[in-house]
Ligand binder design. Sequence first.
Ligand code: HAM
Length: 419
Amino acid sequence: MKFRSIKGTKDVLPAESERWQAVENGIRTVMHVFNYREIRTPVFEETALFARGIGELSDIVTKEMYSFEDRGGTSVTLKPEMTASVIRAYVQHNLGELQPLTKLYYIAPMFRQERPQAGRLREFHQFGAEAIGGSQPAIDAELIALSVEVFRKLGVENFELRLNSVGCEKCRPAFKERLKTFLKKTLPGLSEESQRRLEQNPLRILDSKDPRDLEATKNAPLTIDHLCGECQTHFDALRMTLDVIGVSYLVDGRVVRGLDYYTRTAFEIISKELGSQDALAGGGRYDLLVEELGGEQTPAVGFAAGIERLLMVLEKQEKPAGLGIHPRVFIAAADDQSRHRALQQASELRRNGIPCELDLLDRSLKAQMREADRQHAEYAVVVGEREVRENTFVVKNMKNGEETRIPISAITTFFLNRT
Ligand code: HAM
């Protein structure tokens, strides 16, 4: 019986895992530069957390969650996103007591039972950040700048930041009614999906990609034209701060996001390289979620980005991020008697943090040198009976073929001095 990985999931094989590591290292570096600290939460949570957090009527909750009853009868769900989980942890551990503004980041697998296609998986990976504890537009601006900086640092070109404000609990209800009135007039022209959404979730109709909806909503009212005074002031200040710190953006009233917790700022980062699943990242402010999940009233803002999509863009740009992992040193044994000595030498180098490899398959010296070459080792060290007798090893530079005889006692220092 041969098994295959489940549809919509992917193995990351060694050749590719190096690209993942390079991307993850880049993400961590930028997160630390912006003083965000890592949080890790469990892969599954109580189902009710997501239903409450993301919204009972959202696509994720109605159609896409991997939920099941565990043996104790509790309904649990594999995380479809991190924000609800992070806020659950923030409230549970009183993180807000430690500092007034909590800045957290994560890199983690997420699960959504969507129809798999290019850029859309059932297990995918997100990196993201959440800043919890303030409503100042400068916090939104810093978070947006952080998301942009990650893509810039990793070499992503030609991405676009689309910015919107979806209003708050004061101005949104009136806007929803206005939008519904407009949409009811165009009802027959809307897609079946949008007709269904009209009563409960009319805002989502604005970001439908269906050509019928695009046509029918051409002149639809948009939240940014109907913000209350406070939301308008917040949005203006955010735009000004982004201008001051040199982050370019496009105001786009159709960025409404698929999760229900957003208030005010909503944004997406789009890449033209991605085709129909073009969102590299998405995020925004969610000032009511902490309270909704049992905490004090605490404003917050965050974003998340898909790592697989980021890698797809880098690949299309022919900029495969890679660490080029290879052993620095390959220890080759000239004869069978020297194999133990080679193992000893490898152990010493490894104890000193020098990546090295040796032959464990009892191959000939010639085959070992070929292997060193195949693995792109920088140096080969040949260990033989003569070497042990004379207390010197031959170190061969694999790039230029240069050979140097070095006293055994100086081998480790030789490589340490060349890092
Ligand atoms: P989201 O827009 O649902 O937002 O997901 C963020 C990003 O995850 C997307 O832009 C995309 O790059 C990636 N992504 C989503 N679904 C898939 C999929 N099926 N396959 C591959 N990649 C995918 C959130 O998850 C919010 N929690 C973001 C946030 C954080 N808002 C505030 N804080």
